[in-house]
Design a protein around this ligand. Structure first.
Ligand SMILES: [Zn+2]
Ligand SMILES: [Zn+2]
Length: 355
């Protein structure tokens, strides 16, 4: 008889359900099965459950992509992992065969987001968004998408791996130097991760803007040198005052539609990073300002090359991740976790597995 496990299933816009699903079996010699510790809530999850929906998701899959756990079973060809190893997961593992993968652009893998059963053996698709994910007891995936971390690593911090990999990979494009100045628009978990990365990179000024007081206070805790409420203060004026009228070296967009503000706040030849992920956003851009300032525009959203390093960052304790992770809520109270995430009165939430 097939053994079953309880799982959180995405049931279409705004809804999920607890349902029984078969415990998955290893299918390929290079697969592993992991026992899941839990799964963090992503801004993407909030967007998927938002009305109107701001990110697509396949119905009837096991939800949740920022999961982690320990190896419970290994396929016959797995040599890099053994039973009991703690692992962080790349839930969007690239196929390795498509033109973009072969061109060294696994972030743009053509087969990760197709949302159908893979034509490539061993490919994970985007787990927890377009294929079965991590809000359950066990998951099977190719060993190459799992990265070992030390035995003392805290599960709730391991849950930060996937978003932190995206942020770490993206910020490398800015080439931040000691003594630089920066501005971060948005102090949700992603804005907070960028704040921590900028601090660790040696920025002397980090101005963080967010309308929510809880998040501004978090930003200060994590290393912001100045916080601004965009609802009551003129962010551009503050940036100007803080930088002797020049503008910041780097401005990171961690909201969605604010790229023009970033263009306004950077110095000539400053660097802008679009990272806020709102698929409905259609911001207008002033072409004149963009070209006269010779702004360098960057963007990013996944960090496949960065997963190994993220494991090392989490283990090392060099970033104040314990301050970014603000809540642990069991999966049996998932609605509560989603409501909290949507209220903005939190940093990162880890949903621990108790199903
Ligand atoms: Zn995510
Ligand atoms: Zn590919």
């Amino acid at each position: 008889m097939t053994k079953m496990q309880k799982a959180i299933i995405y049931k279409g816009p705004g809804t999920f359900a607890y349902e029984e699903r078969p415990i998955p079996e290893i299918r390929h010699c290079d697969d592993i099965r992991i026992k899941i510790y839990g799964c963090a809530i992503c801004g993407t999850d909030v967007n998927i459950f938002a009305t109107p929906q701001k990110h697509p998701c396949k119905e009837d899959i096991i939800f949740g992509h920022e999961f982690c756990g320990e190896v419970e079973q290994v396929g016959s060809a797995v040599t890099n992992l053994k039973i009991g190893d703690k692992v962080i997961i790349d839930p969007h593992g690239p196929c390795g065969y498509c033109d973009n993968c072969l061109a060294g652009l696994p972030e743009a893998c053509e087969n990760v987001f197709i949302g159908a059963d893979s034509q490539f053996e061993g490919q994970a698709l985007s787990m927890g968004v377009f294929a079965d994910g991590g809000l359950t007891r066990y998951a099977v995936l190719p060993a190459k998408f799992a990265y070992k971390v030390g035995p003392d690593t805290k599960p709730e911090l391991m849950g930060l791996a996937e978003p932190l990999a995206g942020c770490g990979y993206a910020i490398e494009k800015l080439n931040v130097h000691v003594g630089d100045t920066a501005c971060v628009l948005g102090a949700g978990p992603i804005g907070l991760m960028f704040t921590a990365l900028l601090k660790a990179s040696g920025c002397r000024k980090i101005i963080v803007s967010d309308p929510v007081e809880y998040r501004r206070n978090k930003a200060l805790e994590i290393g912001a040198t100045k916080v601004v409420n965009p609802d009551t203060e003129d962010v551009g004026k503050v940036v100007s005052e803080e930088t002797e009228g020049l503008g910041v070296d780097h401005c990171i967009e961690a909201v969605g539609p604010l790229i023009q503000d970033c263009i306004d706040y950077v110095r000539p030849r400053g660097k802008v990073l679009q990272y806020g992920h709102d698929e409905l956003a259609r911001p207008q851009i002033e072409v004149g300002t963009l070209l006269k300032k010779e702004v360098e525009l960057h963007s990013g959203f996944l960090g496949k090359y960065y997963m190994r390093k993220v494991g090392q960052i989490i283990e090392s304790g060099i970033l104040p991740l314990e301050k970014i992770l603000t809540h642990v809520i069991p999966a049996s109270r998932y609605q509560e976790a989603l409501d909290l995430a949507a209220s903005y009165q939190c940093g990162k939430i880890f949903v621990s597995m108790d199903l």
